[in-house]
Design a protein. Structure first.
Length: 92
């Protein structure tokens, strides 16, 4: 009985962490978290700071493109992030 209760609690916790996002339609929480982390990351980038890039526009663009190609933000990876940045960051 104790094991069954433990299993139910663990399954509940896992279900809470699961994303409802899918390729082409991320849920709003995933999209907002991606944009927040993107802004935090690229606010520290020297090239982006030197160009006075609008982080709202940059990260919004990256989020839109990312959700078209990836199931959720965790599926992007380094090469995916590089491609998104290449597509959205245009030096003035």
């Amino acid at each position: 009985m104790k094991n069954l209760l433990t299993l139910i609690i663990l399954l509940g916790l896992v279900a809470c962490e699961k994303s409802n996002s899918k390729k082409g339609a991320w849920d709003e929480k995933d999209k907002q978290n991606y944009i927040k982390k993107c802004k935090e990351k690229y606010a520290k980038d020297d090239a982006i700071k030197a160009d006075n890039t609008n982080l709202d526009q940059l990260c919004g663009c990256m989020a839109e493109k990312a959700q078209a190609y990836f199931d959720n933000p965790n599926a992007i990876g380094k090469s995916g992030e590089d491609k998104l940045l290449e597509d959205c960051f245009k030096i003035k």
